[in-house]
Design a protein around this ligand. Structure first.
Ligand SMILES: *[C@@H]1O[C@H](CO)[C@@H](O)[C@H](O)[C@H]1NC(C)=O
Ligand SMILES: *[C@@H]1O[C@H](CO)[C@@H](O)[C@H](O)[C@H]1NC(C)=O
Ligand SMILES: *[C@@H]1O[C@H](CO)[C@@H](O)[C@H](O)[C@H]1NC(C)=O
Ligand SMILES: *[C@@H]1O[C@H](CO)[C@@H](O)[C@H](O)[C@H]1NC(C)=O
Ligand SMILES: *[C@@H]1O[C@H](CO)[C@@H](O)[C@H](O)[C@H]1NC(C)=O
Length: 291
């Protein structure tokens, strides 16, 4: 009896500590992040009299622990960028349970020295990171390869110029990598072939040139491979895609495609829904005759 009583007391105390809907430390970090742009009156919840950050439009919490798990600041204008447009990644460190972070389209140009993306290696649960549509360059993003828990990384529409980032990230266990619509002038590095967990690889809209490395066929988990709008040379028939039997979407259009593509060579790709082909080369033909 005594035992069960102290147990209940313990659980009650535990609940007092963790059942709070929005943790004080995390709310303070969020207010610091959004700065003066915070429309806190609208966010004030009159029902429980609490400024409950879990109710804020951009915030998702774990309902049982109250920890912030996802933030979506897509296009938000706040104080992310101060100090002459430089970003302070350290502001997010109190959000220890963060799994998903979208900082898309915020005009982020670079980070404050000592507070770059490498500090997020302390966010051990961060799996999804969207930094698309900013103005990030190669040196600013180079530290992203230190984020060990990362699974999906979106860097579309930035100012990335070389494929070095792929080499760095090839050590990580990424499912999704989006580098589309940057200004990468490079060949596709062999290191890319090590990312065998990749389900989506978006390299479209760059200046990738040369041939695909033959080891690309090691990417057998790919569901989406978009290489369109580059300067790649692909000569058919090719075994580059032979083992990618999970493909749903393959786009090679607006490259230098050559040779003869027998459409029935894709007959094993039972899930394929989209195949994009177009080339300015005069010696590219598609053979659709046989079943
Ligand atoms: C960056 O943010 C951290 C955490 O909020 C803060 O301690 C630090 O002073 C900031 N750095 C600069 C240069 O503003
Ligand atoms: C990358 O951007 C940062 C921040 O704007 C800048 O300080 C740095 O010089 C740039 N690096 C290159 C190689 O352009
Ligand atoms: C591709 O896979 C083959 C066989 O699984 C392996 O021997 C080779 O080293 C891999 N290539 C790369 C670049 O990972
Ligand atoms: C590709 O598939 C063939 C058989 O279809 C197999 O022999 C080969 O080992 C596979 N290669 C890779 C890299 O998975
Ligand atoms: C196709 O495009 C490439 C790259 O822009 C160019 O070098 C080549 O001359 C073009 N070929 C034709 C037939 O227009």
């Amino acid at each position: 009896m005594r035992n069960s009583c102290s147990w209940s007391l313990f659980l009650l105390c535990l609940c007092f500590v963790i059942c709070d809907s929005c943790l004080h430390k995390e709310r303070r970090a969020l207010l610091h992040i959004v700065g003066n742009e915070c429309n806190c009156v609208a966010w004030y919840n009159p029902v429980d009299g609490e400024n409950n950050c879990c109710q804020w439009e951009w915030v998702t919490c774990n309902p049982s622990t109250g920890h912030v798990t996802a933030l979506n600041f897509d296009g938000f204008r706040g104080e992310f960028v101060d100090n002459g447009d430089l970003f302070n990644a350290s502001m997010f460190l109190p959000l220890q349970e963060l799994q998903s972070l979208s900082l898309r389209n915020l005009g982020i140009r670079g980070c404050i020295p000592g507070a770059g993306f490498e500090v997020w290696s302390k966010l051990h649960k961060l799996e999804i990171l969207d930094l698309s549509e900013n103005q990030l360059n190669d040196s600013t993003i180079s530290s992203l390869d230190r984020l060990l828990s990362l699974q999906s990384l979106f860097l579309s529409k930035n100012f990335i110029t070389n494929a070095q980032i792929i080499k760095g990230l090839s050590k990580r266990k990424l499912n999704v990598l989006d580098l589309s619509w940057n200004v990468i002038v490079d060949d596709i590095p062999r290191a890319a072939c090590k990312m065998t967990r990749l389900q989506e690889l978006h390299l479209d809209g760059n200046f990738f040139f040369g041939k695909l490395p033959p080891c690309i066929r090691n990417l057998t988990s790919l569901r989406v491979l978009d290489l369109s709008y580059n300067l790649l040379k692909v000569r058919f028939p090719t075994s580059n895609f032979a083992n990618m039997s999970s493909l749903l979407h393959l786009s090679l259009s607006h490259n230098q495609l050559e040779g003869m593509l027998y459409l029935n060579s894709f007959s094993r790709y039972t899930r394929l829904k989209y195949l994009g082909l177009s080339s300015n080369s005069t010696n590219f033909q598609v053979q659709t005759e046989s079943p």
